[in-house]
Write a protein that binds this ligand. Structure first.
Ligand SMILES: N[C@@H](CCC(=O)N[C@@H](CSS)C(=O)NCC(=O)O)C(=O)O
Ligand SMILES: [Fe+2]
Length: 289
């Protein structure tokens, strides 16, 4: 049966008319209430908007965190990849966030960081890396420092061993401790595994010590988010890794033997990625033809 037009609900009628989508740059950001609805947790934790993003060529996770209870919605990106910068910046724009820091957990060997590109596209954003990395950035962090965005912060813990300058970033709130905490472990801890220790100042001895003293001592419900996953995992917890990590649950000598015998091929992009990442990624992208 065909309904007369006046009986068709207005929404349905509108839905029938195809409209060209607006370019991203002209779309209005989501209203604050909607961005709030996508934040995690309850109570004080509702300030935190969190997204886990994936770059498939290098199996890298990029993390977006923002304080959506702050009127400016300040945001940080951890471990952005050059290839997915446009995707990440579009998302930030759609959610109405203001990116303040583009941070790295370490000098990556398998992909070029997105921080340089982000700085050319969004002047004012500050790049962050550990002082111990020896890399260039706008802001250097040391163990115990805090990177603030709104009322939230990321506490820096030095977790060297995969590289000499590796750090783990742990969520905090100026008013109350978020529960559970989230730890962004870079390549120090990969779910059920860990970063390799055969280049870039790597040391199995140091990595074992870093993870046992700085990550395994966190509250057991702390959520662990690595920089990479090669098996389809997305998140783990301290409790899970203390029980089931295939490398780090072993005693130190066994761990060192495991690490000495991984026999992993060198990352395909290492020769281009490390020099680029030592200077904060690509600063002047070639013009698109
Ligand atoms: N095949 C990849 C590189 C894979 C690799 O070496 N991953 C690193 C982290 S990136 S520096 C690693 O530590 N892996 C540990 C492991 O057990 O897999 C490429 O060619 O890019
Ligand atoms: Fe790495």
């Amino acid at each position: 049966m065909v309904l007369p037009l006046r009986l068709i609900p207005r929404v349905a009628a509108a839905a029938r008319l195809p409209r060209a989508p607006l370019p991203i740059s002209r779309r209005a950001p989501l209203v604050p209430a909607l961005a709030m609805a996508y934040s995690t947790g309850s109570g004080a934790d509702r300030r935190l908007l969190f997204r886990q993003l994936f770059e498939k060529e290098s199996s890298t996770y990029t993390y977006l965190l923002a304080d959506v209870a702050d009127p400016n919605k300040p945001a940080v990106l951890i471990d952005p990849v050059d290839r997915t910068v446009d995707r990440d910046l579009n998302l930030i724009n759609e959610l109405g966030l203001k990116l303040v820091y583009a941070m790295n957990t370490h000098v990556h060997a398998d992909h070029v960081t997105g921080t340089g590109l982000i700085k050319t596209k969004l002047p004012g954003v500050k790049s962050v890396i550990s002082r111990a990395s020896g890399a260039k950035a706008d802001h250097f962090v040391d163990h115990g420092d805090k990177i603030h965005f709104g009322n939230l912060f990321l506490e820096v813990r030095a977790t060297p061993g995969h590289t000499a300058g590796c750090v783990t970033y742990i969520t905090g709130d100026a008013d109350s401790q978020p529960s559970p905490r989230m730890a962004f472990t870079g390549d120090a801890l990969i779910i059920r595994a860990c970063g390799r220790t055969d280049f870039q100042g790597g040391s199995a001895d140091l990595l074992y010590q870093s993870v046992h003293s700085q990550i395994f001592t966190l509250p057991k419900d702390t959520l662990l988010y690595p920089a990479h996953d090669y098996k389809g995992f997305t998140v783990s917890t301290v409790e899970e890794e203390v029980a089931y990590n295939a490398r780090l649950t072993k005693d130190k000598e066994t761990f060192k033997t495991i690490m000495d015998n991984l026999n992993l091929p060198y990352p395909k992009m290492i020769d281009a990625a490390v020099p680029a990442n030592m200077v904060c990624g690509i600063q002047d992208p070639p013009p698109k033809i």
